[in-house]
Write a protein that binds this ligand. Structure first.
Ligand code: SF4
Length: 315
């Protein structure tokens, strides 16, 4: 499989670019995700021109317009950094990014949870860093997460699932997708979308059904915006159970009563939290292969990302 291009805060790869000359190497990122992702490292502070080591910085001032200021000597780097951010975002527009993993809590790279201090030095509200925040505004469809959230199994699974969906979408778009291609894309993602948001599935279904009334470009734009919005909602045990029960219905007439009971029991055990999601999914995939179920074998819900990542072993 060709590796997927993902942006990443350089220090998470082990690059010694932090203010203290250190790094924040995350071995899960390099050793596990690195098998599938091709990294594009970005360190805003070093690329902007600051030295290693350097004085640490924090955000100070109003929540909507905080300044990036060094903590000891009070040097204001806001204007210079904003100029760098503007140019960097233009460069990133030309790169085929399918996601971005940011360093958490950094006043430059963070995408949330960054403390903004009052001018008197008291910790105030939390927001995004200068680069992280600008990236989210410029590329709202690109899946983004920080390293803190990446270690939550549900958020990690959600992020990686979105990366793979977004990549498939871009491939479709690159190949000048027709309305027929969009319908096929939507059909294969139906159960996946249902596991995140039945409401978004219904809205996307309506959009696709009425696709003839939209101009092609508008249709594609509306579809991907709605899709990525829906996928950001977490697939909970209740929502997954709903999808799994729906899938079980496809085998009603082909399974023996013992096998049907076993399948329902496995789904129930998942719902109660006794087994992870991978258990009912493996059993269902076995039946999909055995009975060659044409609709289900195309559903990305049953194979959303490489099994070696073991993302569904923990949710
Ligand atoms: S958090 Fe961002 S700015 Fe700080 S060292 Fe890491 S990549 Fe560079």
């Amino acid at each position: 499989m060709e590796k997927i291009k993902i942006g990443i805060s350089s220090c998470l790869l082990g690059e010694k670019v932090r203010y203290d000359g250190g790094h924040k190497w995350d071995r899960y990122i390099t050793d596990t995700l690195g098998e599938y992702f091709d990294w594009l490292p970005v360190c805003p502070e070093v690329e902007y021109g600051l030295t290693i080591p350097r004085e640490s910085m924090h955000m100070v001032g109003g929540f909507d317009n905080p300044r990036l200021i060094t903590t000891r000597t009070g040097i204001d780097h806001t204007e210079g950094m904003l100029e760098w951010v503007k140019n960097k975002l233009k460069i990133l527009e030309q790169v085929d990014l399918n996601g971005f993993i940011f360093k958490s809590r950094s006043p430059s790279s963070g995408i949330g949870g960054v403390t903004v201090y009052t001018p008197s030095g008291m910790p105030g509200r939390k927001g995004a860093g200068l680069f992280g925040g600008a990236f989210l505004r410029r590329f709202p469809l690109v899946p983004a997460i920080d390293d803190g959230r990446l270690h939550d199994p549900s958020l990690r699974e959600n992020f990686i699932e979105r990366v793979f969906v977004y990549k498939r979408w871009k491939e479709l778009f690159r190949n000048n997708a027709t309305r027929k291609d969009l319908i096929s894309f939507h059909t294969k993602h139906k159960l996946l979308i249902m596991s995140h948001s039945p409401k978004h599935l219904a809205a996307l279904g309506q959009l696709v059904a009425g696709s003839k009334i939209y101009k092609q470009k508008n249709l594609m734009r509306q579809y991907i915006e709605l899709l990525m919005e829906g996928l950001q909602l977490l697939a909970t045990a209740n929502k997954n159970t709903n999808v799994l029960s729906h899938i079980a219905g496809y085998f009603k007439s082909v399974l023996s009563s013992d096998d049907k009971m076993e399948l329902l029991e496995v789904i129930k055990n998942y719902h109660k939290g006794y087994v992870p999601l991978v258990v009912p999914v493996v059993l269902i995939n076995h039946y999909v292969r055995t009975f060659d179920q044409p609709y289900l074998k195309e559903q990305f819900y049953l194979n959303p990302h490489p099994i070696e990542l073991m993302l569904r072993n923990h949710v």
